[in-house]
Write a protein that binds this ligand. Sequence first.
Ligand SMILES: [Cu+2]
Length: 140
Amino acid sequence: MRVTSIRIASLPVALLSCSLVIGGGAVRPVTAGEPVILQPGADGVQRATLTLDSYSYSPDHLIVQAGKPVELTLTSVTTITPHNFIIKELAVEQDVGAGKTVTVRFTPMQSGTFPFYCDKKLLFLPSHREKGMEGRLEVR
Ligand SMILES: [Cu+2]
């Protein structure tokens, strides 16, 4: 049991509904590790909202289709610590300042499972990724 799921449960309902609309199914809390399948919208864009905290992404397992654009809204709920969102294999790198919301767009062309992570770190301390701030994008 990770701290992540407890924090998620206390988020405002409005924020939760953003990330839960994705599957088009019943509204329920996102559990860490539970895959979320992004459905393309009318414009063909696959969208999801991720919550960034210290040190996690939620949801942390996304499933998308290859060849269609992906648009991720990254919302940080930390008050001081800056984070970022990196998918090295897809040349995605986006900074997310403390308390900020930013959008990142990319189109994965090849199938496979790619890790996304935060490489921020303070001096000699372990990186956020090493502290567990990592997830995966599954491209089918
Ligand atoms: Cu971070």
